[in-house]
Design a protein around this ligand. Structure first.
Ligand code: NAD
Length: 512
């Protein structure tokens, strides 16, 4: 086997594709870091041999770019390629540890509006050893918001904060996408997972939107689980699930768990779908521990590429590759991560295969259908992106009637206890705003706090409109802040307390 450079492979891919009927679809390709170049070379070799009609153009991303001073790991000119081709096949990259570097994945997903992260997880028993032979589910993870907004601040000596942002458009887009995906792919049930028993406003919105949208899909079963029991059930009885839709952080965690349960994280691909651009990748990282050895499993990236081919309207090529890949598993052809389990391991087939030999084994089987696995057909499946485009993803509702009824003032101080702090703050009460409550890490410590409650140096002090005022203005808050500042109070930040159409837009303190 000749050692092709990545560019050789791209040229060969384009040349091979040029012989196929239909126009070549431009795609952007990044070879990434660690095992990235090895699995991308293997993937492109299979795509080329299968006759994918693509015209790849390469961009550099990752470590090299970070070290060249691009804090997000991508050069400005690479965005031009992504915005032009609108399709990105990306190998994993290494995010350097330490401050100052932003995650490239998060930057790409958010900058290009890739709101849906779709991660099919399937067990391949008995050929790949797994404790969960009936696992066949798809995790649709919200991809742009939640704690991944990356808005973090150090507020006091002791307290650091990360803002969790959940938006109505974000919820509507991802939940509708999940149902449309289920409908388009013959899936029977969508399960929403959230933690709305604790985060009643943010996760509560996610659950509420799920309940609003599910009624548009009467043929699809729908249920909701709190994420902790949902994750536990997923780990023990994955056959209960079909499509799971969940906010960003939970989706990140449970999709790695589900992928690993199938036998290896190296087996799962993912699609990041936006209204304009889509990105396809493996779910795993750059695996620096095995980089350069030629032993990485290219399956995750290959299955990501299969999703890409469906997306760009080449479902027959996608099915040809997917079926050949299933044949390799049935024939006991494995990479090292799958060694030690499955029928292949017992059948005396020499193991393990390197990344490129594995790719060659797939190529040898192109055109064959699996004997035991159900053959894959993408002919009827609309592309994941096409489905939700059938209706507007989000229509902004008229603005609610908003009234300001108070303000939470966050204070940094480490010397006073809650009662003494309250006494100090009450002196600053204005005609419009009166101190109602103090919490520490969300728990009410005044009035009527418990001496057992541990307090940090970060206090949330709730001032509400005096009873004769009902509503307040920004100027009332400015007056209060001036009074507090004059009294020597170290105010860190404020959050306005508002009602929207008469409904409280803020949570009570724990114990209030
Ligand atoms: P990882 O997914 O790279 O590796 C975890 C374990 O799985 C390792 O033991 C690795 O050898 C194994 N593994 C992963 N992919 C494999 C494959 N294809 N074949 C065989 N074994 C495989 O996770 P990590 O070690 O936590 O992260 C390494 C780097 O990857 C970090 O810099 C991280 O930031 C980055 N990362 C990138 C992406 C991405 O680019 N999409 C995703 C996750 C992590």
């Amino acid at each position: 086997m000749k050692n092709d450079t990545p560019q050789d492979l791209l040229n060969q891919t384009a040349a091979a594709s040029a012989g196929q009927p239909g126009t070549l679809v431009p795609i952007t390709v990044a070879h990434g870091d660690g095992i990235g170049p090895e699995i991308m070379a293997a993937t492109l070799k299979v795509l080329m041999a299968a006759g994918a009609r693509i015209a790849p153009e390469t961009i550099e991303i990752g470590e090299k770019l970070y070290h060249a001073g691009h804090s997000s790991g991508i050069a400005p000119e690479s965005w031009d390629s992504l915005r032009r081709t609108k399709v990105f096949l990306k190998a994993p990259i290494t995010t350097p540890s330490g401050g100052g570097y932003k995650s490239l994945n998060v930057t790409i997903r958010k900058t290009l509006g890739l709101y849906a992260n779709v991660r099919p997880c399937v067990s391949y028993a008995p050929f790949v050893a797994t404790k969960h032979p009936r696992l066949d589910l798809v995790i649709v993870r919200e991809n742009e918001e939640d704690l991944y907004a990356g808005i973090e601040h150090r507020q006091t000596d002791e307290v650091f904060q990360c803002l969790k942002l959940i938006t109505r458009p974000g919820c509507e887009k991802i939940v509708r996408y999940a149902f449309e995906y289920a409908r388009a792919n013959g899936r029977k049930k969508v399960t929403c997972m959230s933690k709305d028993n604790i985060m009643k406003m943010t996760d509560g919105l996610f659950h509420q939107v799920f309940d609003e949208i599910r009624v548009d899909y009467p043929e699809i079963a729908a249920d909701h689980m709190i994420i902790d029991i949902g994750a536990a059930r997923l780990a023990t009885r994955p056959e209960l699930f079909d499509v799971i839709v969940t906010p960003n952080l939970y989706g990140d965690i449970i999709s790695d768990i589900a992928a690993e349960m199938t036998g290896s994280v190296g087996l799962a691909g993912s699609a990041n779908i936006g209204e304009h651009v889509a990105m396809f990748e493996a779910i795993h990282g750059s695996a620096p521990d095995i980089a350069g050895k030629g032993i990485a499993n290219p399956s995750g990236l290959l299955l990501g590429a299969v999703m890409m081919l469906v997306h760009i309207g080449q479902p027959e090529v996608a099915a040809k590759i997917h079926n050949a890949w299933l044949c390799t598993l049935e024939d006991g052809v494995f990479t090292a991560d799958l060694q030690g389990g499955g029928v292949g391991a017992r059948s005396g087939v020499p193991m393990p295969f390197g990344s490129m030999d594995f790719a060659d084994a797939i190529i040898e089987r192109l055109g064959r259908l699996p004997g035991q696995f159900k053959p894959v057909s993408y002919q009827q499946a609309p592309t994941p992106q096409a489905a939700p485009a059938a209706r507007p993803l989000y229509v902004r509702a008229p603005a609610a009637r908003k009234a300001m009824v108070g303000v939470d003032v966050f204070v940094h101080q480490a010397t006073l206890g809650a009662d003494d702090l309250a006494a100090q703050l009450q002196v600053s009460n204005t005609a419009a705003l009166q101190l109602q409550m103090i919490t520490n890490r969300g728990v009410k410590v005044w009035p009527g706090g418990f001496p057992e409650t541990f307090c940090t140096d970060h206090w949330r002090c709730r001032f509400v409109a005096s009873t004769d005022r009902g509503a307040i203005t920004q100027r009332d808050i400015v007056t209060l802040l001036a009074t507090l500042t004059d009294a020597g109070v170290d105010v860190i930040k404020t959050e306005n307390l508002c009602t929207f159409d008469g409904v409280k837009g803020f949570a009570l303190g724990q114990g209030q």
